[in-house]
Write a protein that binds this ligand. Sequence first.
Ligand SMILES: NC(=O)c1ccc[n+]([C@@H]2O[C@H](COP(=O)([O-])OP(=O)(O)OC[C@H]3O[C@@H](n4cnc5c(N)ncnc54)[C@H](O)[C@@H]3O)[C@@H](O)[C@H]2O)c1
Length: 354
Amino acid sequence: MKCSVDELLTFFTQFYAKSGLSDADAATMAGAIVHAESRGVSSHGLARARMYYERLLRGQLNTKTELTIESEGPATLAIDGNNAPGMVVGNKVMDLCVEKAKQSGICFATIHNSSHFGTGSYHVFRASEKGMIGFSICNTDACVVPFGGVKPMLGTNPITIGLPTKQYPHVMLDMATSVVSRGKVLYYEKVSKPLPDGWIVDKEGKASNNPKDVFDGALVPFGLYKGSGLSIIIDMLCGVLAQGKNSRQLGSFHSSGLEDSNTAYQNVGFCMGVIDITRFIPFAQFVNGIDAFYGEFKQCPPAEGTEEVMLPGEIEAKQAQKCLEEGIEIPPVIAKEFHELAAQLGIESPFFKE
Ligand SMILES: NC(=O)c1ccc[n+]([C@@H]2O[C@H](COP(=O)([O-])OP(=O)(O)OC[C@H]3O[C@@H](n4cnc5c(N)ncnc54)[C@H](O)[C@@H]3O)[C@@H](O)[C@H]2O)c1
């Protein structure tokens, strides 16, 4: 069954407003869920929407979302996120970085006491849509083995870098440092699909295709020791420079927080930054240059079994356009869950209308 982008935005804004968030913050949360789902990143879309809601109800996320700026320089910000939802914190920090970069050319921000921020692109687009380069990293609770180890010590620690373009979709490299995000494995579990090879290991460190093995097993870093190394650096920056907890200390996003007061708030660390292109070259020169680059790669002859070379963010941008025009396909199990929740909460359901 399908729902339009607007129907889902309206529904999830009302849904999150029931959790005690302001209407503006509820709209930010809804935007994050629909952004992910419409870009084909279902791991961070509707399948996760209820978890954030329940964390808000249980007090594991703060419904008051003011940030505290702990220290500030001409091009730096050190921020306490006060345990508000990471989607709201990330959006607000990116906007602060954009404003500061207009003044100082660049801005680099560290954030602690934050929580799961969904897809990095949701935040980084706020810079690229203003004609600036944006980037973000964050850490997550340990669920990935380091290269050469069998104990999960790293998070899926994502990195996102976005560049504006003129005629092509914004270049948006947005990826977990594990082969795939944990959310993608949980999505396969939710819709009962076996995993492709090479995504996870079981509790003995042996390769597995059963998504349920991720619960006591682990994900694997991308690119062997290179992905493992990048993830270690992200955890160091988020866990030390940003003063968040490190991946081993972080409370699980999936924990109810009831069994241990330590897990009530996650205290995720983020680092985010923005670069004002015009401090280096005129904006037109930059976007024309990136477009020329883009076009060159589109001319690359495809390898066997591939239709064309895709640039970072291109697959997601095409999917988002399709969803905007044709609606978003929702798996029945997920539509049923929210249809029932809508009835309980007294919200009009956009699901099963036909
Ligand atoms: N908040 C968190 O704690 C957290 C943790 C991990 C991941 N995430 C999010 O999960 C999402 C998915 O990450 P992932 O690593 O599982 O996704 P993925 O494996 O699909 O990789 C995504 C990146 O690779 C590019 N890509 C995908 N297929 C491609 C192809 N065939 N050719 C060229 N480029 C291609 C995409 O454009 C995108 O930039 C991201 O949005 C990330 O921010 C969030």
